[in-house]
Design a protein around this ligand. Structure first.
Ligand code: CUA
Length: 330
């Protein structure tokens, strides 16, 4: 049995060490969270091994011989053992609590030069607003994708327009619910360049699985470039801005050849909008329940683009969709 145990332990150890169990670490917080996670996992593994080992040993060692139908000898209590199995778990629970509290404190440490990004969830999309970056019209910069410069700490201020959602980028580890009526917060310092998924991790309705966006971490110079580009697009209006808006807000759910998007959640707009007039397109955006394309009931498209996009933005989007699906322009 010892040999079997050792062999099984060796196989498990190899598997445990060589499988990358967690996503890559994309933030300063990731290492803190992972260390706490592994500490708890190792403690649980050790407790399991001791309890399972003693149980298996006792079953084997004290089993009744064949034909023995007598009662076992009466045993009652063992004060020493009871003290041990009370004190040891209390010590472990305190160790986990203190370690986690210290890690959380370090994770949420907010330097003076941090950036604030407002995160708004709605069925079934994310919106990211940069209150410190103003556009020409005085409105803050707002985007359907999350773009951040590397190595700058961000405080996310999170809320929702409807039901509870939860904001999560696995590579950053930090996760926070979006709750209507309050603003929840979480802190992240991205330390790795690249594109990472933004996931809604609270079951929020039919479109929950599609409630995804992306987080792009850029160098400081690339980030400034992106901000300039957003300013330029916002001041331009019209169908050029419409295309950009479409890619950011609609492309993950809708296919549109002109924009190069391939979303499968909603209708293929090359077909669904073909030959439709501007009024139909506008209604489809601001009141998607008015007429739902055959095969896409019940409707899962957010009903509040009329609130989250400005009139100029919706105008640009309508112009763009009309041009790109009418067969003429584009
Ligand atoms: Cu929003 Cu799930």
């Amino acid at each position: 049995m010892t040999l079997v145990g050792l062999a099984a332990g060796a196989v498990l150890a190899v598997v445990a060490i060589f499988i990358p169990w967690l996503p890559e670490q994309g933030s300063r917080q990731a290492e803190l969270v992972d260390n706490a996670y592994w500490m708890v996992t190792i403690i649980c593994g050790a407790v399991f091994a001791v309890v399972a080992g003693v149980s298996v040993y006792a079953v084997y060692k004290f089993r009744a011989p064949p034909g023995d139908l007598e009662d076992g000898s009466p045993i009652h209590g063992h004060t020493g053992l009871e003290i041990v199995w009370t004190v040891v778990p209390i010590g472990l629970v305190f160790a986990i609590a203190i370690y986690s509290a210290v890690a959380l404190g370090q994770a949420e440490d907010l330097p003076d030069d941090h950036r604030v990004v407002e995160v708004t969830g709605q069925q079934f999309a994310w919106r990211f607003t940069y209150p410190d970056i103003k556009l020409e019209n005085g409105q803050p910069l707002s985007s359907g994708e999350l773009v951040l410069p590397i190595d700058q700490t961000v405080e996310f201020q999170i809320t929702t327009k409807d039901v509870i959602h939860s904001f999560w980028v696995p590579e950053w580890r930090m996760k926070q619910d979006a709750v209507r009526g309050i603003t929840t917060k979480t802190v992240v310092e991205p330390t790795k360049l690249g594109t990472f998924p933004v996931i809604c991790t609270e079951l929020c309705g039919l479109g929950h699985a599609t409630m995804r966006s992306q987080a792009r971490v850029l160098t400081a110079a690339q980030f400034q470039q992106w901000v300039r580009e957003q300013r330029r697009l916002a001041s331009q209006g019209g169908s050029v801005q419409g295309k950009e808006l479409f890619v950011q807000n609609c492309g993950s759910c809708h296919t549109l050849a002109d924009a190069g998007t391939q979303g499968q959640v909603g209708p293929d707009l090359d077909n669904a909008l073909q030959g439709e007039d501007e009024e139909f397109i506008r209604t489809s955006i601001v009141d998607p329940n008015a007429e739902v394309t055959q095969g896409y009931q019940p409707n899962v498209m957010p009903g509040n683009f009329g609130d989250t996009l400005s009139d100029a933005q919706i105008g640009g989007l309508v112009d763009y969709l009309h041009e790109s699906t009418s067969g003429g322009g584009g």
